[in-house]
Design a protein around this ligand. Sequence first.
Ligand SMILES: Cc1cc2nc3c(=O)[nH]c(=O)nc-3n(C[C@H](O)[C@H](O)[C@H](O)COP(=O)(O)OP(=O)(O)OC[C@H]3O[C@@H](n4cnc5c(N)ncnc54)[C@H](O)[C@@H]3O)c2cc1C
Length: 480
Amino acid sequence: MKLTRKQIVKSLINIVGEDRVITDEEVLKESSIDRFRKYESICEVFTQPIPAAVVKVKSAEEISSILVFMNENRLNAVPRTGASATEGGLETAVENSVVIDGSDMNEIIKIDTYNMLATSQCGVPLEYLEEKLREQGYTTGHSPQSKPLAQMGGLVATRSIGQFSTLYGGIEEMLVGVEAVFPNGKITKIKNVPRRSAGPDIRHVILGNEGALCFITEVTVKIFKFMPENNLLYGYLLDNMKTGFEILREVMVEGYRPSIARLYDPEDGSYHFSHFAEGKCVLIFMAEGPKTIADATGKAIETIVGNYEECKKVETQLIKTWFDNLNWNPAKIAEERIEIKETQNLGFTTEVSATWDLIDKIYEVCIDRIRNEIPDITLIGGHSSHSYLNGTNLYFVYYYNLVDIKPEQEITKYHNPIQDIIVEETLKAGGSMCHHHGVGKHRTHFIREEYGSSYYILETLKKAFDPNGIMNTGTIIPIN
Ligand SMILES: Cc1cc2nc3c(=O)[nH]c(=O)nc-3n(C[C@H](O)[C@H](O)[C@H](O)COP(=O)(O)OP(=O)(O)OC[C@H]3O[C@@H](n4cnc5c(N)ncnc54)[C@H](O)[C@@H]3O)c2cc1C
């Protein structure tokens, strides 16, 4: 028999106590969505089933007891930490969901500067960990734009990536050990070792699971020496994205590892660099690390870019100003909401990746189709911000005016059709539909195409670890 909301709340109180089970209607409404539905939230129209409760958890054991209860009663659990998700991962898609909030599990457990490891509970904000490390001369090397908000559990759960990724890698290269709780209540811990070949790398079952397989409770990441005094910044203006992609490729293929390697198209560039870019593409590099390596990397970048006549160097100070404002300022959330209400102009992003031979074609065809097919578009541009030996990502940025719609139609008239064009064209060309925001709930209709024959592995993982489908229903794998 299905439990009522009252019974669910009562059982949760029995597990964690009354003060940690939140049932305030306003909190519940805001907890039914994430930034994918920011327009609905601004208009105070909530279309998703409102959760039964938000539970603030304090330990892996508590989470285990909650999940056992929810599994027995077939209740949907939505894990949450920093709540900065952008793709619907936090939407409570079915009735009587419970949001399990790990943000109070916010202790740094150990900073081990001999073995170069930092272990934190899932709710430690990355910015806080980073501050503590920098005080001692170390860094995680992880710097997503959401650093002021995102927490360690969510960063691992989404396979996040930071702005210095070309040197430090994504979170998957940083993660050493991890603890997680599965829906049957089993608490599992993967130990900290530099490498092992004892079977498959099971960290990857947990990494990127988006709360659809397990709840991450503890995370150990690598740390690095922090040497900002050696940073070297370079910026160039150029006419064509194609040339920019060629340069990025050359830098990567020749074996250099700048921490930043970015290429903005004129529309996106004009948003960030309006005072000097004037309709040009902008190419940015940063070399960092030990002085000898940073200097050699910087010199090589200058030599490579110098071979392209189209590129004109810009003053370093202009790029430094951009660099000093890399991270998103959460204080601006309120400002953003007022601005959207006043202007009825709204912006989102979609990020994909592909090999070097495909990336420029994907960029061209997506921009072209969006310009031609989407009404009321006011900006469509993009940039590449994470490069690899084999290819790079594209981060499309788009804004549109909301014309003649009810709040709940924003997604169907604009956001989803734009995202679908980008995903469709990327998959058709042979790229990946998600580079770093995760699948969430709004790209799941493409998941079989994304995986191809390997969908078998993904589907089997879900069936094995979450046979009752209680973990973040509708995330990564669509609701039947
Ligand atoms: C302004 C802005 C900039 C951003 N910039 C970047 C960027 O540069 N790089 C990047 O990669 N991402 C970026 N993001 C996306 C987002 O911040 C990241 O994906 C981040 O990793 C989410 O962490 P969080 O703690 O906020 O997770 P949440 O938002 O709380 O959750 C995200 C997803 O992970 C699941 N989850 C959360 N905690 C756990 C847990 N403990 N166990 C299991 N599942 C869990 C949730 O169910 C959800 O599906 C940005 C977002 C915003 C709003």
